[in-house]
Design a protein around this ligand. Structure first.
Ligand SMILES: C[S@@+](CC[C@H](N)C(=O)[O-])C[C@H]1O[C@@H](n2cnc3c(N)ncnc32)[C@H](O)[C@@H]1O
Length: 195
């Protein structure tokens, strides 16, 4: 078990406190997702599933690596959602089967974001879309906060200094839309298409 999985297993009970700060962005994120035509959707790293109620249209396959987070997610599970314990960096799905892949606050905590996005590319159908909600280090005063915090952020198993351009496999996607969220442009929604 990776140190990161161990971390989420131990601190799953505290996640609702973190979630309070993430809720407003998630509403905007899922609002974008709900505009999409009905499709086969994979969400990687569902966490405690507190956002499942925000999905309105799709058939959802959710995966999560941490047993504790997954057990809580199962309590929030609805009829349109199937859940599996799985590592997003080694997906146990065939190629080209999902219309949409969703990563909500997952890429900066994954052990290897490059592997994670490579798997997203593999399982997406051609023209399929990858939706990412995350913090990305902005070009304002917050880059200094990220730099300072980066030294200790490894204890929280996240990368505070984080740039999407550092993930090389994104070159194989087409960036279709970027929504910069207030305040301070710290959080962004990125929508990529698989060519
Ligand atoms: C910050 S939480 C976000 C949870 C949820 N997506 C949300 O927006 O509230 C990150 C979650 O991703 C999970 N995770 C991290 N790396 C993963 C991986 N490689 N495969 C599957 N889940 C992963 C963690 O266990 C944790 O539950």
């Amino acid at each position: 078990m990776s140190a990161q999985t161990n971390f989420y297993n131990r601190f799953s009970f505290l996640y609702p406190l973190v979630d309070v700060f993430l809720k407003p962005q998630k509403k905007k994120f899922f609002n974008e997702i709900n505009q999409l035509p009905h499709g086969n959707l994979l969400e990687i790293g569902v966490g405690n599933g507190s956002h499942f109620y925000l999905y309105k249209n799709h058939k959802i396959t959710g995966i999560e690596i941490s047993t504790s987070m997954l057990n809580i997610a199962r309590k929030n599970q609805t009829d349109n959602i199937e859940l599996f314990q799985m590592n997003g960096e080694k997906l146990d799905f065939k190629d080209n089967i999902f219309d949409y892949v969703i990563l909500s606050h997952v890429i900066a905590v994954a052990d290897d974001p490059e592997k994670l996005l490579t798997q997203c590319l593999r399982v997406l159908k051609p023209n399929g879309k990858l939706f990412i909600l995350n913090h990305f280090t902005p070009d304002n005063f917050l880059k200094y906060v990220d730099r300072i915090f980066n030294f200790c952020s490894k204890w929280l198993h996240l990368k505070s200094l984080f740039y999407i351009k550092d993930i090389k496999v994104t070159d194989q996607f087409k960036l279709e839309k970027e929504i910069v969220l207030k305040p301070f442009s710290y959080f962004r929604i990125l929508i990529f298409a698989k060519p």
